[in-house]
Write a protein that binds this ligand. Structure first.
Ligand code: SF4
Length: 191
């Protein structure tokens, strides 16, 4: 059975494939459940494929250090508070609570073990996540001693701001303990 048939058999409406389904056009019209599909294109708000998953495997991810996925819908912007024209939005991939759809190097927390509201309240206190909430991953390290200039240079090298974000959370900031890695060891990895 095709997916479309399966959804139809359960009264899940598939008339509108627009990914930006709005409650006024759906819920009000008597379709409490709906489905759609889309692919990432340069024309969509995404502006190209995230450097994630099969895009990395197929090497068709967006290589443009000047394009900030974080500052547009589906990025990290507004995940704590919403932003101008951007609803508050997080993504939960299976159990991984992320501030954005691409997903950070490590999840903020595990939705099987903690309430999402508690997780958001905790990370909201962190200047690192406040910077992501502003859609500014290049500035997220400033509060922990990672200068913006380093973030810009690494993004240039890596060709994608989300890959810089991965590096930051891998090498400089422990999201589980919410502290810098070099503060834990007091060592030399601080740039
Ligand atoms: S820079 Fe980080 S927080 Fe922002 S969209 Fe990319 S992975 Fe998500």
């Amino acid at each position: 059975m095709e997916l479309a048939e399966l959804f139809a058999s359960r009264n899940v409406n598939g008339d509108d494939k627009d990914p930006l389904i709005e409650k006024e056009t759906y819920l009000v019209k008597g379709h409490p459940l709906s489905w759609g599909y889309w692919g990432a294109t340069e024309d969509m708000w995404l502006g190209g494929n995230w450097a994630r998953g099969r895009s990395l495997e197929k090497n068709n991810w967006k290589k443009d250090p000047g394009h900030n996925f974080c500052s547009i819908l589906s990025g990290g912007i507004g995940f704590l508070s919403g932003a101008e024209g951007i609803p508050q939005e997080i993504s939960i991939q299976l159990w991984r609570i992320n501030p954005c759809c691409p997903g950070t190097y490590k999840a903020m927390r595990d939705a099987r073990k903690e309430k999402v509201a508690d997780v958001l309240a905790r990370v909201a206190e962190s200047p690192v996540f406040q910077s992501i909430n502003r859609g500014d991953p290049l500035g997220m390290g400033e509060s922990v001693g990672i200068p913006r200039e380093l973030a810009v240079a690494r993004t240039e090298d890596l060709q994608n701001v989300c890959l810089w974000c991965d590096e930051f959370f891998r090498d400089y900031f422990d999201v589980e303990k919410m502290v810098t890695k070099f503060m834990q060891t007091e060592d030399s990895s601080k740039p």
